[in-house]
Ligand binder design. Structure first.
Ligand SMILES: Nc1nc2c(ncn2[C@@H]2O[C@H](COP(=O)(O)OP(=O)(O)OP(=O)(O)O)[C@@H](O)[C@H]2O)c(=O)[nH]1
Ligand SMILES: [Mg+2]
Length: 348
């Protein structure tokens, strides 16, 4: 299973005319002088065929490079497969690629057919007619392909915007209800700079940060906020968080906001925690009570009591922090890193 490597991906053109015009220009550059033969009719034939070959090879090379360099989604690590399925329309993506491939075959066939007609031509006019026919037929194939080139380009751009996550290195996933301070946490502990705002649903994509611990590299991932609902009811944005938890997390840092300034009551936030804990039982978790700078002592105790009663099997620690004031943030990260080292989870 591969990680997503888009380094060599050639984007489909914005419009088919881009390829067609460049190809025709190259064809025009084939001069009569470049072909020598005493028989004039034969010489015209050779020139016309050389032009057709030039145009054909330019177009087919351009089209081939697009589909050869675009990743084959089925080969990818399941994390990327699932993430891509909620990011692009996979059927349309595959159809576009298949049609580009098919168009290459059709254009090669048209080229052979028109060259055969030229071979049998009796006059210069006839040769010219078959050459024009070649351009007209090829243009029509490309014109039909235009819609698919555009759609592929849109999806290629969407793929290139996906975070460059390596599913094979140790990863801490930061999750929790909306607006509790997940992105603030990532900003504090890594160089990643996810957007932080005072309203919920700020983070819509996975954001990757890196942590270096000696010679060890660890990924830390910021995720979109999760609401209290089962996985089957989650929207595309929440599913991104779920896939990170499912396929990447060696440790989960689950953030709660006992101050409730996030806009969600404690009981609601705890329900989200319960659901995630039950769904990913085998992954060790640190529950973080953030915003202790503004949370009442009573509320903090209330959450801690609730957590104690719940006895969630994978919750190893409960930490009180304030990202705003820098209280206990690095210590929490250190604990998360140690949990990876301890390999508490079953290997997947
Ligand atoms: N008082 C206080 N505010 C905080 C603290 N941490 C984060 N905030 C604020 O809480 C709000 C939400 O922070 P974010 O980091 O964007 O929260 P998030 O969980 O990433 O939110 P979503 O991406 O929308 O799910 C922002 O206004 C932060 O400034 C904290 O320790 N104390
Ligand atoms: Mg966020």
């Amino acid at each position: 299973m591969k990680k997503l490597d888009l380094s060599g991906m050639v984007l489909a053109p914005e419009a088919y005319t881009e390829i067609l015009k460049a190809a025709i220009n190259r064809g025009r550059r084939v001069s009569f002088k470049s072909v020598k033969n005493r028989d004039m009719l034969f010489r015209y034939k050779l020139v016309a065929k050389k032009r057709i070959d030039t145009v054909t090879s330019y177009i087919t090379r351009r089209l081939k490079r697009i589909y050869i360099t675009t990743p084959f989604i089925n080969d990818l690590h399941p994390f990327y497969k699932e993430l891509i399925k909620v990011t692009i329309c996979l059927d349309e993506f595959k159809i576009s690629l298949a049609l580009i491939k098919r168009s290459v075959e059709i254009i090669l066939k048209i080229s052979e057919e028109q060259k055969n007609k030229i071979n049998k031509a009796q006059s210069v006019e006839e040769i010219r007619r078959y050459e024009k026919q070649f351009i007209a037929r090829t243009s029509s194939v490309l014109k039909k392909l235009d819609k698919y080139l555009k759609s592929l380009r849109k999806y290629q751009i969407a793929l290139s915007k996906l975070p460059d996550i390596d599913p094979y290195i140790d990863t801490i996933v930061v999750a929790g209800p909306p607006n509790v301070g997940k992105s603030s946490f990532i900003r504090y502990v890594s160089r990643a700079k996810p957007e932080v705002r005072e309203y919920p649903f700020t983070t819509k994509n996975l954001v990757l940060g890196h942590i270096e611990k000696g010679d060890k590299k660890i990924q830390i991932i910021d995720t979109p906020g999760l609401l209290d609902r089962p996985i089957s009811k989650r929207n595309r944005i929440e599913l991104r968080a779920i896939f990170a938890l499912k396929y990447l997390a060696r440790v989960i840092v689950f953030i709660l906001d006992p101050s409730e300034t996030c806009g969600y009551p404690i009981t609601y936030q705890i329900n989200v925690l319960k659901e995630i804990s039950a769904s990913f039982k085998e992954v060790p978790m640190i529950v973080v009570l953030n915003k202790i700078d503004v949370a009442d002592e009573e509320k903090i105790s209330y959450v801690k009591n609730l957590l104690e009663k719940l006895r969630l099997g994978n919750v190893i620690e409960v930490n009180e922090i304030s990202v705003k004031e820098g209280i206990n943030v690095h210590e929490t990260l250190e604990k998360a890193i140690r949990m990876i080292g301890a390999r508490l989870m079953l290997t997947r």
